[in-house]
Design a binder for this molecule. Structure first.
Ligand SMILES: C[S@@+](CC[C@H](N)C(=O)[O-])C[C@H]1O[C@@H](n2cnc3c(N)ncnc32)[C@H](O)[C@@H]1O
Length: 228
């Protein structure tokens, strides 16, 4: 098991996923929508580094490895239980030599310390911000770990604005059982952070606002206008 931070949130995630991790990929494919679209949009440079924050079972890393055969892959998660599944999946798929996993808190991690990497070409966060209490700090930490020419890709639950009210209320109530809170102010937070970092933001609403997909692009002109 990969060692790492012990905190109330880490314990909560481990309890949440201790049994769920065994059926996770089978069940989540029906409602974690937009993940494959995010992976298709990564397009890292030749030999580039790709980090998933909140990598869970490693499902997305495996897909990214298939799509970008020369990318170097990295995964970070706070749950040792999820990382146990990710480690065995990645080994089973023959990807261990080009993938590094580490246990850490997305809200406060040091890329160089955890992975020995000064910065990443692509970072993505898939359906994890809605589970991270300090999600704004996770965005800040991700931007800090990004190379100037790199990009940050995020997919998560939207606000279901173009779906029936009963659906939205039912979904949010059900998600609360799993400690998931869709971040209503995600677009505003990303816009603020992108502006501070001197990077452009593209923000899309998918599937009648079921999900949101955002990309914060490379630093304009090569230098940030302000520290994130
Ligand atoms: C809903 S799962 C998504 C997993 C994967 N990204 C996917 O798309 O299938 C959320 C993941 O975020 C992780 N997570 C939650 N809080 C975290 C934190 N503070 N730091 C790192 N990972 C965290 C959980 O352990 C879990 O593996």
């Amino acid at each position: 098991m990969i060692a790492g931070p012990v905190s109330a949130h880490a314990d909560l995630m481990d309890r949440n996923y201790r049994f769920q991790r065994h059926v996770y990929d089978l069940t989540r494919k029906f409602y974690l929508l937009g993940r494959d679209k995010l992976i298709r949009g990564l397009a890292p440079p030749h030999g580039g580094s790709v980090l998933e924050i909140g990598c869970g079972t490693g499902r997305n890393l495996v897909l990214a490895a298939g799509r970008y055969p020369d990318a170097r892959l990295f995964g970070l998660d706070i749950s040792a239980e999820m990382l146990a599944t990710a480690t065995s999946t990645i080994a089973r798929k023959g990807l261990a030599a080009r993938t590094r996993l580490a246990r850490g808190d997305a809200a406060a991690f040091e890329a160089r310390e955890l992975f020995g990497e000064p910065g990443f070409d692509r970072i993505y966060i898939s359906y994890a911000l809605s589970m991270i209490p300090a999600w704004q700090s996770a965005i800040e930490a991700a931007l800090a770990a990004l190379r100037p020419e790199g990009s940050l890709h995020i997919v998560d639950f939207g606000q279901q604005a173009r779906l029936p009210r009963w659906f939205r209320d039912g979904l949010h109530g059900w998600l609360r059982n799993y400690h998931v809170t869709p971040r209503a102010t995600l677009e505003a937070e990303l816009a603020k952070r992108a502006l501070e970092a001197g990077r452009p933001l593209a923000f899309d609403s998918l599937y009648r606002d079921y999900a949101w997909l955002a990309v914060i692009g490379p630093v304009r002109g090569g230098q940030p206008t302000a520290s994130p």
